[in-house]
Design a protein around this ligand. Structure first.
Ligand code: ASP
Length: 338
């Protein structure tokens, strides 16, 4: 039995400024992260697999409206939600993913079904929903994913005619509502001069990585994508190797950030590849991807990663990343800012 079992989670990275977050919101985020980590920890303590732990953690994050995945997902340019998710088992290299689904309550469970019950790895749109329906997964009305906070972010992004990462939009929406009160819902609401909109500053996605007591690792990621994205746009999250990767021989990785750049850098796999081919530590490999390679193409965000020995790293190159980890028998640790 591996005594280093551990789970780590993230709830997205981006411009998360202490100044634009109320004390009560901060408490809410810490409590949510703590609850999810405790649930994941229980799965591992009971001898559950890393795959079970990451599925459960991401399912709970999807159900929590604070995060941009499942309920609380951001809006597309058409005012709809399109959800992506992926999961990978490091012990078998099996993987499953779905993208552009609109009515599956928990996209991560659909991805898990693909992993377990399909010869394919990735399903999209109507085909993904048909597959999920055939597996008996829960469907919801599209309005289930609506939240007031994301809607406000979308109106601002739409007013600016750009796509925004989730937490940058939240920062802006907070600045905007504190300055304009009830006018914050106006699509033409302008950002304050000291809060310039930077389309590359806001990311939200959820993810989990874990090492179980049997020595196996797994990773899972789920997202609504970026605010005001074009319909049909798919980011890194559901792409094995970009937004999610797991291999017992190296590590398990879940990313969050400007998806296009993470795709171009094959970011999650690059961490594993550097460990395998350059023979560097988990921490060194992850640091290189997040702090050196991604910034070269303006890639902003972060990742969480664990290896089969229980080493853990949670680097990000943005102002903040909702994150936390829990080792067996220890109190979960959560953090938001740098
Ligand atoms: N990486 C996600 C995407 O591009 C967004 C995020 O992490 O916030 O869809």
């Amino acid at each position: 039995m591996n005594s280093n079992a551990v789970i780590a989670i993230h709830g997205g990275a981006g411009t998360i400024l202490r100044a634009s977050m109320s004390a009560s919101a901060e408490t809410e985020y810490h409590a949510a992260l703590h609850a999810v980590l405790s649930a994941g920890q229980r799965v591992l303590a009971d001898g559950g697999s890393a795959l079970d732990a990451v599925s459960e953690a991401v399912r709970l994050l999807e159900d929590c409206p604070l995060f941009n995945a499942g309920r609380g997902a951001v809006y597309t340019a058409a005012g709809t939600h399109e959800l992506d998710a992926a999961i990978m088992d490091g012990s078998t290299l099996e993987a499953g993913a779905i993208c552009c689904v609109k009515r599956v309550r928990n996209p991560i469970l659909a991805a898990r079904s693909v992993l377990e019950r399909s010869e394919h790895v990735l399903f999209t749109g109507a085909g993904a929903e048909a597959f999920a329906a055939a597996q008996g997964l829960e469907f919801v009305e599209p309005a289930y994913f609506d939240t007031e906070a994301r809607h406000r972010q979308w109106l601002i992004a739409r007013g600016q005619q750009r796509a925004m990462l989730d937490h940058d939009g939240a920062t802006l929406a907070a600045a905007s509502s504190s300055n304009h009160g009830a006018d914050a819902h106006d699509a033409h609401d302008e950002p304050t001069p000291h809060e310039p909109i930077d389309p590359n500053r806001k990311f939200g996605t959820v993810g989990a990585v874990a090492l179980d007591r049997h020595g196996h690792v797994a990773a899972a990621s789920s997202t609504g994508g970026v605010t005001n994205k074009q319909v049909g746009r798919v980011g890194d999250t559901p792409l094995i190797g970009a937004g999610c990767y797991a291999d017992d021989a190296t590590c398990a990785v879940s990313t969050t950030g400007s998806g296009e750049m993470f795709m171009r850098m094959v970011a999650a796999y690059d961490v594993a590849a550097q460990m395998a081919y350059r023979n560097v530590s988990l921490q060194e490999a992850a640091h290189d991807v997040v702090m050196n390679r991604l910034p070269k193409i303006d890639g902003r965000g972060g990742l969480i990663a664990v290896d089969a020995r229980g080493n853990l790293t949670l680097p990000f190159n943005t102002e903040g990343m909702y994150r936390g980890f829990a080792r067996l028998g220890e109190t979960p640790v959560t953090a938001i800012y740098r």
